[in-house]
Design a protein around this ligand. Sequence first.
Ligand code: HEM
Length: 397
Amino acid sequence: MRAPVSVPPPLPSDELDDPYPHLGAARRRGAVATTWPLPVAPGTPELGPIYSVLAYDESVQVLRDQDTYSSRGLSEAMGPLFAGAIIAMDEPEHRLYRALVAPAFRPKVLERWRTAVVQPAIDNVIDTFIDHDRVDLVEHLTFAFPVRVIGRILGLPEQDVANFQRWSLDLINMFNDPEPGVRALEEFRSYFMAFITERRLAPRDDLISDLIRSEVDGHRLDDDAIFASVKMLLPAGVETTYRSLGNLLVGLLTHTDQLHALQHDRALIGPAIEEGLRWQTPFLMVARQTTRDTDLAGIHIPADQHVFIFVAAANHDERRYLNPEAFNISRAPTPHIAFGTGPHICLGMHLTRVESHAALERILDRTPNIRLDSDESEPRIRGTVLRSPDALNVLLR
Ligand code: HEM
């Protein structure tokens, strides 16, 4: 059996606001490092061999080669939230389960969600603060919005949404504070198992009913597999979107010329979303383990080794992006890998794009005078592994 993937204890965010200079320096030394490329907390025991992929081409190569780089260690590393989820499967199991889950995210379904769920949800969220002079967008918008979208997509009754938000917070925070997370997972599971049974008897127009109906070559998802997909939507679908939306808003509010350009030309919304994801990728890296000896960028990697693909570093690779540290929504379109690539490429990426598009459009429409609140401290994008602003205080009038 392989050793679990272990991430070194991250340096507290206060001491490492910005990992990009460290990642850039490491990448300039080589596409692959044999150490952890970020500073670690004092007293951290010897980490053992760790392979960190820092350049774009090599990251793509690893993510597209599942025969050599396995995802299985993820459920051990990430704990119960990822157990049984497709993100921690290899082929051929992954192909089957992804095919069963993917129809719930197809373009036709997404179109339905855009109008029935996402657009009303962003307006409801903005309604909660639109009459105020000032607001913290992290507290009142970027977190509140994706959790509401996922709750509605799952088809939860309105009266259960508050519980769902509470479970989401505890589950997302599970890695820092395991006890409430484990409790939330138990409550969430018993709630959802009953909910799945209900939907089996009376299917509706929601994601759970889509997952129940899904069939590939005579295979269907049983209740455990449906729950495994649903519980992953919280870390995968809520946390990443709320962080990426916060990062994009920081980019725009601290580069007001670009915000004004967007106000005058809504065609820039799409490029702005992609630039936000590239500039401040919401989570720094994904993990794999080697299934056999291999070589990457001239570095020998034995079997059973932890390999960390720093998608954030790949998205700042100067061989690919001009002036990569700059936030520039008008840069020449060059795809990034914030959503990964290869067989595990993010299943929710189009939903995130729809959410971000709706959010930006409605913010531009409904808060034309939005600007940073100079009485509050400047927003800072923080975090070593997961990154976003803690607060984003703005004036609305
Ligand atoms: C900004 C937002 C998001 C980012 C940056 C992001 C990033 C990623 C990345 C990098 C992966 C690949 C992981 C790997 O290769 O090991 C991934 C996979 C996945 N994401 Fe996302 N994600 C986002 C939003 C979402 C949303 C909104 C959903 C669902 C509602 C979602 C569902 C998934 C699922 C199910 C997988 C696993 C796919 C598979 O293993 O085949 N993600 N995401």
